[in-house]
Design a protein. Structure first.
Length: 172
């Protein structure tokens, strides 16, 4: 649904009768809906986010966003959590008045993932002639060796975090 579109009557009726009461907020997915097919990692991640959201709702934990910790680790080490949305909000001036909004999350220019990207961006420019440097050209295959690969930024930042943790452990 477009944000300004009316929610169909039967759907409104389901929400009206539901326990506990909750409000509907629509969102236009645009580019999100036109992405590539999901990988096996994507499927596991979204399934677990859905299960986490269900358990948060079933236990009356409102005002929380479902999340999964330790995504860079094997599946059995994943940890479902609820993040209070209020912690993510801050006041920002918009059109001359203060509004409560989600705080922007900027790219960490000192992160391992960004440093690797920065070093490779000239090579990865699509405008240059020559061989492509895509990590996984072709269709997604959920039964191949790479089916469980994590996104490269997640993997690189996890390496960076492990290095920092080891350094902190050695220098208390």
């Amino acid at each position: 649904l477009e944000p300004d579109q009316e929610i169909p009557g039967p759907v409104k009726e389901i929400f009206r009768r539901s326990e506990p009461d909750f409000k509907i907020q629509t969102h236009f997915y645009g580019y999100d809906g036109r992405g590539c097919d999901p990988t096996a990692f994507d499927c596991h991640y979204t399934y677990n986010l859905g299960m986490t959201a269900f358990h948060l709702m079933a236990h009356g934990k409102t005002g929380q966003m479902a999340a999964i910790k330790n995504l860079e680790q094997p599946f059995e080490n994943w940890e479902p959590i609820g993040i209070p949305i209020a912690r993510l909000m801050h006041l920002e001036e918009r059109k001359g008045r203060l509004e409560l909004v989600m705080e922007k999350s900027l790219v960490d220019l000192s992160s391992n993932a960004f440093r690797v990207f920065k070093g490779m961006r000239e090579k990865w420019l699509a405008a240059k002639p020559g061989a492509d440097h895509f990590r996984k050209p072709g269709p997604v295959r959920c039964d191949s060796r790479s089916a469980e690969d994590r996104p490269i930024t997640l993997t690189l930042n996890a390496i960076d975090m492990r290095t920092k943790k080891r350094s902190n452990d050695q220098n208390p």
